[in-house]
Design a protein around this ligand. Structure first.
Ligand code: G1P
Ligand code: ZN
Length: 543
């Protein structure tokens, strides 16, 4: 076994986005491509000699190959120990949990989240720090800078590590411990939620359906929902993780989780339905014939937090990403706690949590979590809802309607225009930037524009400033239209339009969201000239 220094050449396209480096599998399979990026990470994070690293991924195509390469590089770069999930598996929230629990220096998570997998699908990698959360912007910038000048990487010539059996082996002088990917995470969930109450509900007539979408949460859901909480085995569907997610798009929304949606809107629907994404950090919550928007889910969780053992002491504060609806703000207002509005992307929540300013956080993009980890956490949200339902013993729909009656309803929808030519998408944003200042004071039907801006965020903890985070058109009644470009797409550009209308009047709460938002959608299209500039009449996905 010997350590080699391999000559390589820099790549110019390894700029990590909001969730690490994401590229098509064929890009990652180019000679030296993965190795260069991994070495750029190791060169940028100044891990002390002998440090511990956590390693795992969502099991998609190329996961196992990448794990073996990274293990050999970690050994050659002086790491003392790597904790790797059996089979190379760790959901993103479980990786965050393992990093924190074992006080690792950090971790490498292999995932492209909800993007399709397979030989022609997507692959991704990101570095999380010792707090269990995504690396800060300065670290990701350093990694990118390094990747553009790198000339060699270090590699240990050794045989592959057996990933399928628990226990410790060595690789050169580095220890490799294959861990149960579920155990630490399940133990944390048991510490937060009232498993007895949920078990009692499931022993009665309460029925659930969880769709793992052939992605990483299958084994987690089986262990927690079936083995520990006693749900019937068929409560978990699509539970076997597949390298290509069965050809599906493992994103838990009404479009892609259609199998589950059909069941939850069918005759004899269960009481509760949920789905998670490729790497287990997203969640969708459904009741019988009822969809809970992620923004509402965060607000309901916040309003009911003290019913749940891990949150009995109350919530320090809430954080939501800017495009997420202001439903949580109303709960925070009622509780007398702060609500922070951050740019899109999970990393902004980490600082607030590390500083103890925030307990709960969420994004409209089906991401919810708390300070128990530093990632969003799909199954955690599912368990939170199950605990609330077990205590309140009411249907999901009743709980949400009572919530609206108390706080008002924030009608919400997001329109995604995917795979646009970059110039067309940029053109829409430039047009908006050039014109938004002239909109202030203008009236469109019942809506009057109060202010417009390009969202900028100053981190209250470290003072860092993030500019140009999306165009906000704010109306005087609290309604909003937001335009922003996705930072996670791998094909062309994705333009997102977020629509929100606030409605205090209970007699209008029964309206369908698309109906309630109709006028705002028309205003958004008119102001942005989106259809003419992109040639698209319809969005790719509406959530
Ligand atoms: C999307 C979501 C964002 C989320 C990110 C990672 O990013 O909108 O909320 O944090 O995926 O899951 P976007 O493609 O919009 O940049
Ligand atoms: Zn994800």
């Amino acid at each position: 076994m010997s350590i080699r220094t391999v000559n390589t050449r820099p790549f110019s396209d390894q700029k990590p986005g909001t969730s690490g480096l994401r590229k098509k599998v064929p890009v990652f399979r180019q000679p030296h491509y993965l190795e260069n990026f991994v070495q750029s990470i190791f060169d940028s994070i100044s891990a002390p000699h002998g440090a511990t690293l956590v390693l795992g991924g969502d099991g998609r195509f190329y996961n196992r190959t990448a794990i073996q390469i990274i293990l050999k590089m970690a050994a050659a770069n002086g790491f003392g120990k790597v904790l790797v999930g059996r089979g190379g598996i760790l959901s993103t929230p479980a990786a965050s949990c393992v990093i924190r629990k074992h006080k690792a220096f950090g971790g490498l998570i292999l995932s492209a989240s909800h993007n399709p997998g397979g030989p022609d699908g997507d692959f991704g990698i990101k570095f999380n720090s010792g707090n269990g959360g995504p690396a800060t912007e300065s670290v990701t910038e350093a990694i990118f800078a390094r990747s553009k000048i790198i000339e060699h990487y270090r590699f240990l010539d050794a045989g592959d590590v057996m990933l399928d059996r628990l226990g410790e082996t060595t690789l050169g002088r580095m220890r490799v411990e294959v861990i149960d990917p579920v155990a630490d995470y399940a133990e944390l969930m048991e510490a937060l939620f009232d498993f007895d109450a949920i078990r009692a509900a499931l022993a009665g007539s309460f029925r659930i359906k969880f769709d793992a979408m052939h992605a990483v949460t299958g084994p987690y859901a089986r262990e927690i929902l079936v083995n520990r909480l006693g749900a019937p085995a068929d409560s978990v569907m699509n539970a076997v993780p597949l390298e290509d997610f069965g050809g599906g798009h493992p994103d838990p929304n009404l479009t892609y989780a259609h199998d589950l949606v059909e069941i939850m809107y069918g005759a004899d629907a269960p009481d509760f339905g949920a789905a998670s994404d490729g790497d287990g950090d997203r969640n969708m919550i459904l009741g019988r014939h009822f969809f809970v928007t992620p923004s509402d889910s965060l607000a309901v969780i916040a309003a009911n937090a003290t019913l749940v053992p891990g949150y009995r002491q109350g919530v320090a504060g809430i954080a939501r990403s800017m495009p997420t609806s202001a439903a949580a703000d109303r709960v925070a207002g009622a509780l007398g706690i702060p609500c922070f509005e951050t740019p899109t992307g999970w990393k902004f929540f980490g600082n607030l949590m590390d500083a103890g300013k925030v307990t709960l956080c969420g994004e409209e993009s089906f991401g919810t979590s708390s300070s128990h980890v530093r990632e969003k956490d799909g199954l955690w949200a599912v368990l939170f809802w199950l605990d609330i339902l077990a205590v309140r013993k009411q249907p999901v729909e009743t709980i949400v309607r009572e919530h609206w009656a108390k706080y008002g309803r924030n009608f919400y929808s997001r329109y995604d225009y995917e795979a646009l030519p970059t110039e067309a998408a940029d053109g829409v944003m430039q047009h908006l930037r050039a014109n938004f200042s002239s909109l202030t004071g203008k009236t469109f039907g019942p809506y009057t524009v109060q202010t417009c801006d390009d969202f900028s965020y100053t981190d209250p903890v470290d003072g860092s400033i993030s500019k140009n985070q999306g165009i906000r058109i704010l109306f005087s009644d609290g309604s909003r239209i937001i335009f922003r470009l996705s930072g996670t797409g791998t094909e062309g550009a994705t333009l997102r339009v977020y629509l929100e209308a606030y409605e205090a009047d209970v007699s209008r709460h029964h309206l369908d969201a698309q109906e309630a938002l109709k006028e705002l959608i028309e205003i958004a299209l008119r102001i942005s000239e989106l259809q003419a500039r992109t040639g698209r009449d319809q969005p790719t996905v509406i959530t």
